[in-house]
Design a protein around this ligand. Sequence first.
Ligand code: GLN
Length: 480
Amino acid sequence: MGRLAKLREDFGSKKIGFKEYYEALFKRIHIRNPKLNAYLEVFEEDCLQKAEALDQKSEKRSLEGIPIGVKDIISIQGKELNASSKILKSYKAPRSATVTERLQRDGAIFPGRCNCDEFAMGSSNENTPFGPVKNPIKLERTAGGSSGGSAAAVRADLCVASLGTDTGGSIRLPAAFCGITGLRTTYGRVSRSGVIAFASSLDQVGPFADDAMDCAYIMQSIAGRDSRDATSMNIPVPDYVAAIKSANLKGKKIGIPDEFFSMQGTQKEVAEASQTFIDAVKREGASVEKLSMPHLPYGIAVYYVVATAEAASNLARYDGIRYGHRAKDFKNLKDLIMQSRSEGFGSEVKRRIMLGTFALSSGYYDAYYSKAQLVRSKIQKEFLDAFKKVDFIFCPTCPTTAFKIGEKVNDPLAMYLLDIFTVTVNLAGLPGVSIPIGKDALGLPIGGQLIGNPFSEDQILAAAAACERLGLYESGAIEC
Ligand code: GLN
């Protein structure tokens, strides 16, 4: 049982008091967070007050008293919201995002705001002026990115679940590196109102937790239409928890794309763990079918055109006038904007703004942006065609396990290539869940990914729960 489900029971049966739990939680946070840098800020007083009130009177809501970490890109009213960027230093969220509002409505408590890559751009949580997040399993290693703080906080028991955003893998990759479960939701399943935009046709919010069931509890709270986000869809929200209870793999068809499995650069142990996973699901009665999806290898190229183009446009609003950082010395209006942006943005964000502006500029738009959109629609079609034949698609989450902090940070291309198995899911607007499926020789977790039809989160979580029961991964000790 995951810690979220367990805590619901323990609070419900009064086995543990709310205040008692939160006092112990903050003790842990004070010891572990200085080593991990998972939280940029914690809300200790708020939490203890809320916990005390719950001890007086509990309303028995679905997430009553459950501690949930929130990526520093999702608004919590009155709290700082930096997107891990100097340009938003001291900016306070004027209102809560719909997702945080819904979690609070259901009784959740936020222990703190989680570190991430600046504006969610990165795969290692090193692109942040506030220092990298360390992997709780091996502190010299990255926790993955961009939602590294959200993943590390769950893994190190500094909360029992957290929220991240996934534009190209930022939930699934850190979930894989930290040995937990992370769900990227279908485009339109979860409201993005109050969430800082990176690439608007790709961004989605989703949960991190110990297992699929714990993710289901979070989904039950945050999913569904929101009138404040025009891209959120009015499609009924299934009972995620019930779907998991009846989960099994018998008769399920799982597709494995040849293009992903013949890809060079996948760490040997990741390939082996994937094969072990495939053999295990077959033993459970699932059938496995090879698929050919010839446009998948273009995913990285397409993603880094579309995502940077949208980022360049979204980030134009940070001009030193309306939000956050404003340069002190400037000669005129243009200079004010230039200085504020030069001082406020970090180097990866600047690289993306330049790439995106280039891709959108006159004379290049058709060659890059239009072409990328064309290939994107082909990738989407290949997925949707595949789901006429299979229930899910399986592949590794990331070609490698957690690497050392500093190892790839000066090689942007090597960093981008880590996203090969995740970005196509975003380009096609699909849901995907990463679960731990094994370990490498150093004991670092290996993530496997199940991808499904749009709005099939109930089914992929159920399948993930059945896969978790295969016992391929045993979560071990942490270093902090
Ligand atoms: N690693 C990818 C990038 O740098 C994905 C980021 C994300 O999902 N937010 O763009």
